[in-house]
Design a protein around this ligand. Structure first.
Ligand SMILES: Nc1nc2c(ncn2[C@@H]2O[C@H](COP(=O)(O)OP(=O)(O)OP(=O)(O)O)[C@@H](O)[C@H]2O)c(=O)[nH]1
Ligand SMILES: [Mg+2]
Length: 286
């Protein structure tokens, strides 16, 4: 049996969380077309007859560290590499040009003294491609695998490659003890993340970066309905107005999409009470 920890590293938006969900076969991490969707390291457990893998999904390394949010979440990815990782998956998006952010990420990955796999994602997209800009990287990696996390291409090849680099060992986690299948965080955090994902999908420009979401209550009522009381916290009243929208249209849209997804995830009827509050200190709670 093999066992080990695998870190997923890459600049924002390359598809790290999408790959994690694809490998696990169900959603554990939120994803969106906007950069910096993931804000904290998230561990998920994968098991098959070959062994057990703890995957660590990390926030994309962001270039602008003058940004308060980036300053708080950037060090997380680096920290993941210092916590006894056995293999690093370095993911790139060939449809985007190599830039300062990419170089910074590569610099961090270079310091890790473990086998490294270069994962070239989004091969379902043929144009645009900047693949030639990434060619030079191939030499310094122990393996290169081209995949599409979204279209589920070459995931088996990637898994075979990961297992080939993992040490022999016993499973770390008894998966029966996990509250969310395969996931090492509690249900309240997962539900809050789903709400935040919908805010990321519907709100524009800087607004998604002005907020977080917390679940205060999660109760299964006698009639089988899951009652969820949650809040969106945002930096200023100006954003609060935008999150609520005209006659509450925006919060209604976020709320409905979140509820639908929570119902699918829990297989229960969900009643979601979602409010918006101004709290200029929300970043300190991250
Ligand atoms: N076409 C295509 N799009 C993909 C693929 N994988 C991910 N995406 C899209 O890329 C966007 C970003 O995906 P995420 O999984 O949120 O990216 P991430 O690397 O986790 O981003 P951060 O959490 O912000 O660091 C989403 O819109 C995905 O649907 C792929 O293989 N092909
Ligand atoms: Mg992510």
């Amino acid at each position: 049996m093999k066992a080990g920890t695998v870190a997923l590293i890459g600049r924002p938006n390359v598809g790290k969380s999408t790959l994690l969900n694809r490998i696990l076969g169900h959603k554990v991490a939120i994803t969106s077309p906007k950069p910096q969707t993931t804000r904290f390291n998230l561990q998920a457990v994968y098991e098959d007859d070959r062994g057990q893998i703890i995957f660590v999904d990390t926030p994309g390394i962001f270039g602008k560290v003058s940004d308060t949010l980036a300053r708080r979440i950037n060090p997380q990815a680096e920290a993941s590499l210092k916590q006894g990782v056995n293999v690093v998956l370095y993911m790139i998006d060939h449809t985007r040009e190599r830039d300062f952010e990419e170089n910074k990420t590569l610099g961090i990955v270079r310091k890790a003294n473990v086998p490294k796999i270069l994962v070239i994602n989004k091969i379902d997209v043929k144009t645009p491609t900047h693949i030639v800009q990434y060619k030079f990287m191939e030499e310094e990696f122990d393996a290169v695998v081209k995949i599409s996390a979204l279209a589920s291409k070459n995931i088996n090849t990637l898994m075979d490659t990961i297992f080939s680099f993992l040490p022999e060992g016993k499973p770390f986690v008894d998966t029966k003890t996990l509250t969310q299948p395969g996931l090492n965080i509690n249900s309240k955090i997962f539900l809050a993340e789903v709400i935040r994902e919908k805010a990321f999908l519907f709100l524009r420009r800087e607004v998604p970066y002005s907020l977080t979401s917390v679940v205060d209550q999660l109760i299964e009522r006698d009639n089988g309905v899951l009652y969820v009381k949650a809040r969106i916290l945002t930096s200023s009243d100006r954003y609060k107005v935008m999150i609520i929208g005209k006659q509450g249209a925006m919060i209604k849209e976020i709320s409905m999409a979140a509820r639908k997804e929570l119902e699918t995830a829990t297989n229960k009827k969900v009643y979601l009470e979602l409010t918006v509050e101004t709290d200029p200190h929300w970043m300190e709670y991250l």
